[in-house]
Design a protein. Structure first.
Length: 269
C-alpha cells in the first residue's frame, strides 16, 4: 500500500473509531494521518478534512483552546482555497462561533454565526436544515447575551424549519425545543418551558435511549430548576445525569464538566 493510500486508510479508520466512541484511539489516528499528509506536502484543503474531524473530537473532549486554534486555521484555509461563499466556509464559521460561545465570548461568536447564516441563506438552493443549524447556534449566543426576544425569534425559526423537513420526532427538533425551553425559563414563562422540555425529553428518550443526549438534557433541566429554587426536582435530575455522562463520555468531556458544575451549584450551602 502506498503512503498516500495508507494515510487515507488511517483517516477513514479514525473516523470509524471516533463514531464508535473510542476517542483516544481516534485522536491518535487523526494526528498520525495529519502528520503523514503534511509530510507528503498535500494541499491545505486536503489537510482540512482531517483537521475538521480532529477539531470536533478535541471540542467534544472539552479542550476549547485547541479547538479554537484548529477551527481558526480551518477557516483561514478554506477561505483561501475556496473563497468566502463556499459551504465549507460557512461550516467553519459556525464551528468557530460555537467554540467561542462555549468559551463565553459571545461578542466574538455573534458576527461569525451571522456570516454563516447569511452564507447559508444565500446558497443557490438553500438547505432548510443548514439554515436552521446556523439559526440555532445564533439563538444560543443571543440568549447568552441576554437578548431574549432576538434569541426567541432565531430559535423559533430554527424549530419551524426543522419540524417542516424532519418531523416532530427527530433528534435535532428535540434539541431545538430544549434550547427554546431554556430560553422560556428566562423569559418568565415556566409553563411553556416545561411543556417544551417534556416534548424534547420524550423524543430524546425514544431516539437516543442509551445515548448521552438524554443525560445532558436532564442536567440542563436540573440547572434551570435549581435557579427556580425547586431543589428536590433539580437534585433528581442533576445527580443521575452527571453519573451517566461520566460513564458514557468520560470525566473530562465538555458535557460532563458542565454537568459537574451544575451539580456543584446544588451542593453549595
Amino acid at each position: 500500500m502506498s503512503e498516500p493510500d495508507l494515510t487515507e486508510s488511517r483517516w477513514a479508520l479514525a473516523a470509524l473509531v471516533h463514531l464508535l466512541g473510542e476517542d483516544l484511539r481516534a485522536e491518535k489516528l487523526y494526528r498520525l494521518a495529519l502528520a503523514m499528509r503534511q509530510r507528503l506536502g498535500q494541499p491545505p484543503e486536503d489537510l482540512a478534512r482531517i483537521e475538521s474531524n480532529l477539531a470536533l473530537l478535541v471540542l467534544e473532549r472539552g479542550e476549547l483552546e485547541e479547538a479554537e486554534e484548529l477551527y481558526r486555521r480551518l477557516l483561514a484555509t478554506r477561505r483561501e482555497a475556496f473563497g468566502d461563499d463556499d459551504p465549507d466556509v460557512s461550516n467553519s464559521l459556525r464551528s468557530l462561533g460555537t467554540v467561542l460561545y462555549l468559551r463565553g465570548d459571545f461578542d466574538a461568536a455573534e458576527p461569525l454565526l451571522r456570516e454563516a447564516l447569511e452564507l447559508r441563506r444565500a446558497e443557490p438552493d438553500p438547505s432548510p436544515t443548514r439554515v436552521a443549524s446556523a439559526l440555532s447556534s445564533l439563538g444560543r449566543v443571543l440568549h447568552g447575551q441576554g437578548r431574549l426576544e432576538e434569541a426567541e425569534q432565531a430559535l423559533t425559526e430554527a424549530l419551524s424549519l426543522r419540524r417542516e423537513v424532519l418531523g416532530d420526532d427527530h433528534l435535532h427538533v428535540a434539541l431545538t425545543r430544549k434550547d427554546l425551553a431554556s430560553l422560556y425559563f428566562d423569559l418568565g414563562e415556566p409553563a411553556t418551558a416545561e411543556v417544551l422540555w417534556s416534548q424534547a425529553l420524550a423524543v430524546l428518550r425514544a431516539v437516543r435511549p442509551d445515548g448521552w443526549e438524554v443525560a445532558d438534557a436532564e442536567s440542563q433541566l436540573g440547572g434551570r430548576l435549581l435557579v427556580q429554587g425547586r431543589i428536590a426536582e433539580a437534585e433528581a435530575c442533576l445527580r443521575d445525569s452527571y453519573e451517566t455522562l461520566r460513564r458514557l463520555r468520560g470525566e473530562k468531556a465538555l458535557r460532563t464538566v458542565q454537568a459537574r458544575q451544575r451539580l456543584a451549584e446544588l451542593q453549595k450551602p
